[in-house]
Design a protein around this ligand. Structure first.
Ligand SMILES: Cc1cc2nc3c(=O)[nH]c(=O)nc-3n(C[C@H](O)[C@H](O)[C@H](O)COP(=O)(O)OP(=O)(O)OC[C@H]3O[C@@H](n4cnc5c(N)ncnc54)[C@H](O)[C@@H]3O)c2cc1C
Length: 357
């Protein structure tokens, strides 16, 4: 019997599902609503490819010659498309203009969050902006592989565990693949999120058509939640949203996030993007409430991609210590009472449980 990656460190990237030559692995939700691989023993040939290729079990030493930048898009409408400085939308437009295909996380009609590929600039708003929910990659693996094989430029943006999962699945470097990963606080449970959307539907007597986790309408660097229902729009502080409160209390995030090995400036991607918190200390004029990004170029390919958009940015180069923030130093802390909150999650009605926050 194959012993899959321990739950404590499994990020649920799904690479093992795709790598298995006998389709013996599927992802199944656990009691907290996170997806974990499960093996159908009757199909498994014990080749152990799933374990050999699992990115969570690999300890590669990474050597980066990083370049650090602070930036935001010059064009306000593009800056507004992103949660920070609108760097991802600019990179995406550049790749789309070359006939490439861009992959990012999309809030689907049923409320779930899943990665999708887009080929037209008109579709960009589907995959921009931060969604604080673990995104499902299962729809995109084959399209990415086929597009790369056809020689198309592919831009993929996701959490660092997702870009690493993709690299494991692909098994080799592609000169036409650009990998962007994010500074990441941790990913919340897709099931808790789905139940929250249902809770909001009852509360507002209308299905939320769109949920913006980080809206900038109040010029507060995206500290506003905006919910679009059919006839009405609701906006309030992120600190008042019950789902985000459970997130910021570190309760609803995936167990592996508390042991994340990517909370560092050393990455296997080409570029890392994040919020430039603390920019007011080093570039006060950049801090106009509309969001700024940190950009870390790890590879020459990443730097070339940055160079392709630099004229469309207000930017400055800086030192590592200028951009450092908690999630580039250590993982989010495991809250002592997490086990208790999760026990209650299983026994209380959701509408009561979410009000604990
Ligand atoms: C779960 C999560 C936690 C984060 N935590 C931090 C943090 O602690 N500190 C920090 O500095 N920055 C964090 N970020 C990154 C930050 O919020 C911005 O996404 C980043 O600065 C890029 O902003 P942008 O304006 O350039 O473009 P945006 O358009 O905002 O770029 C967002 C990119 O992230 C992708 N994305 C959105 N949601 C998800 C998701 N759930 N899973 C995978 N990919 C997703 C989108 O597809 C898009 O490619 C986090 C992002 C996510 C998704």
């Amino acid at each position: 019997m194959i012993n899959l990656t321990p739950k404590k460190i499994c990020t649920g990237c799904g690479a093992c599902v795709k790598i298995c030559p006998r389709q013996a692995i599927t992802l199944k939700p656990d009691k907290e609503g996170f997806l974990y691989p499960s093996i159908n023993e009757s199909l498994c040939s014990h080749c152990s490819l799933c374990v050999q290729k699992c990115p969570c079990l690999k300890t590669a030493s990474i050597v980066n010659h990083n370049l650090y930048f602070g930036a935001h898009s010059k064009e306000p409408s593009i800056r507004s498309l992103g949660s920070s400085g609108g760097i991802f939308p600019l990179l995406a437009i550049h790749v789309l203009q070359q006939g490439g295909i861009v992959f990012g996380a999309c809030l689907m009609e049923d409320g779930s969050v899943a990665h999708n590929g887009i080929e037209r600039i008109e579709d960009l708003d589907k995959i921009t902006k931060t969604k604080y929910v673990q995104s499902n990659l299962s729809n995109v693996w084959e399209t990415i592989q086929t597009s790369l094989a056809e020689g198309r430029i592919v831009l993929f943006c996701g959490t660092p565990c997702q870009t690493e999962g993709l690299q494991s699945y692909l098994g080799k470097d592609y000169s036409n693949l650009f990998l962007i990963d994010l500074v990441c606080y941790g990913v919340p449970s897709p099931e808790i999120w789905q139940r929250y959307i249902n809770f909001l539907q009852r509360k507002y007597a209308s299905k939320p058509l769109m949920f913006y986790f980080r809206d900038k309408c109040n010029q507060d660097n995206g500290h506003t939640v905006k919910i679009q229902c059919k006839e009405k729009e609701y906006t309030y502080s992120v600190y008042k949203d019950l789902f985000l409160r459970s997130y910021f209390k570190n309760v609803n995030i995936r167990p592996s996030c508390y042991h994340c090995s990517h909370c560092t400036v050393l990455r296997k991607s080409d570029i890392t993007l994040g919020d430039f918190w603390g920019i007011e200390r080093i570039r006060p004029l950049f801090d106009d409430g509309m969001g700024n990004s940190i950009i870390i170029c790890h590879t020459t390919k990443g730097k070339a991609l940055f160079n392709a958009i630099e004229e469309q940015l207000f930017w400055f180069s800086c030192e590592e210590q200028d951009i450092l923030q908690p999630r580039l130093i250590e993982p989010t802390k495991y809250p002592l009472l997490r086990w208790f909150y999760m026990l209650l999650y299983r026994i209380l009605p959701f509408s009561l449980w979410i009000r604990l926050f």
